[in-house]
Design a protein around this ligand. Structure first.
Ligand code: FES
Length: 129
């Protein structure tokens, strides 16, 4: 049985730089793909292209240490973590399949000038807005 590892995003992760932050070019992420992007702080993000719509979540699965950009499979609007087949809705971060029970942190996204911009951290699914 593995422990639940939750990466907590603190204010330190978002302090020190201003949003929006361009994290990649839209051409870096083909439809159906997941791209590893970094905030200036080094915080890892996964950028998803769902049929031309871009979504951004934390890169680390909330069940373990899997990188969703490396070990995830995007199917529609859900990413499956191939370590233990947990799933998340990339639009909301909601955990959709066991063993994942904790939501994934999502980030606001804007597409402008051929780039994907992160506009700030969003509340966790189930957290008050
Ligand atoms: S690390 Fe277990 S489902 Fe992702």
């Amino acid at each position: 049985m593995s422990a639940q590892l939750i990466e907590v995003v603190t204010i330190d992760d978002v302090a020190g730089h201003q949003f929006p932050v361009a994290v990649c070019a839209t051409d870096d992420v083909a439809p159906g793909d997941i791209y590893l992007a970094l905030l200036p702080s080094g915080h890892k993000l996964a950028v998803y292209n769902v049929n031309g719509e871009f979504y951004v979540t934390d890169d680390t699965c909330t069940h373990g240490e899997a990188s969703l950009s490396e070990d995830g499979m995007l199917e529609g609007t859900e990413v499956e973590c191939t370590w233990h087949f947990g799933r998340f809705d990339v639009r909301t971060g909601e955990a959709c399949a066991m063993p994942c029970t904790h939501p994934l942190r999502t980030w606001g996204v804007e597409v402008r000038d051929g780039n994907v911009w992160v506009t700030g951290v969003r509340p966790l699914a189930g957290e008050p807005k």
